[in-house]
Design a protein around this ligand. Structure first.
Ligand code: RB5
Length: 145
């Protein structure tokens, strides 16, 4: 199950992603907004909560630029959120960072690219090995701060 959420800027992209990727077998839990203006940190918290509780394995967050969502999501211990706008970074943030949340900007990307990047994010596995050591170091920073 994938948790997905957006603020008012990202509603159309979110709908397109749910439609395109549901057809490919992915299941989504939509944490809002349905269109009403809202504050992106509230949605980031709802999506990250789904991952930290184990209800969902990954999350997708969309706002105007994706930046506010990524700043908010990375405040949660255990969340590794990546701002994605190209296929190389999207692929490698899964391979090397084991990112569990992707953030995208609906005002900076088209819906077609958003759907394509979401599919890359959801279908690429973590490479492990030396990259796990680096993620452990990130976790240690979280513990210390
Ligand atoms: C909302 O207008 C906008 O600030 C928000 O969607 C986002 O871009 C914040 O980072």
């Amino acid at each position: 199950m994938i948790a997905i959420g957006c603020d008012h800027a990202g509603v159309e992209m979110k709908k397109e992603i749910i439609k395109a990727l549901s057809e490919k077998g992915f299941e989504f839990k939509d944490m809002g907004t349905d269109g009403e203006p809202c504050d992106y940190p509230v949605i980031a918290e709802a999506v990250c909560g789904q991952i930290l509780s184990g209800e969902c394995e990954k999350g997708i967050l969309i706002c105007g630029t994706g930046i506010g969502m990524s700043i908010a999501a990375n405040k949660f211990k255990g969340i590794r959120a990546a701002l994605c706008s190209d296929s190389f970074s999207t692929k490698f943030t899964r391979l090397h960072n084991n990112s569990n949340v992707m953030c995208m900007g609906a005002r900076t990307l088209g819906c077609g690219l958003g759907c394509e990047l979401a599919e890359i994010f959801l279908t690429t596995g973590f490479e492990g090995g030396r990259h796990q050591r680096r993620i452990d170091l990130i976790s240690a920073i979280e513990e210390k701060n």
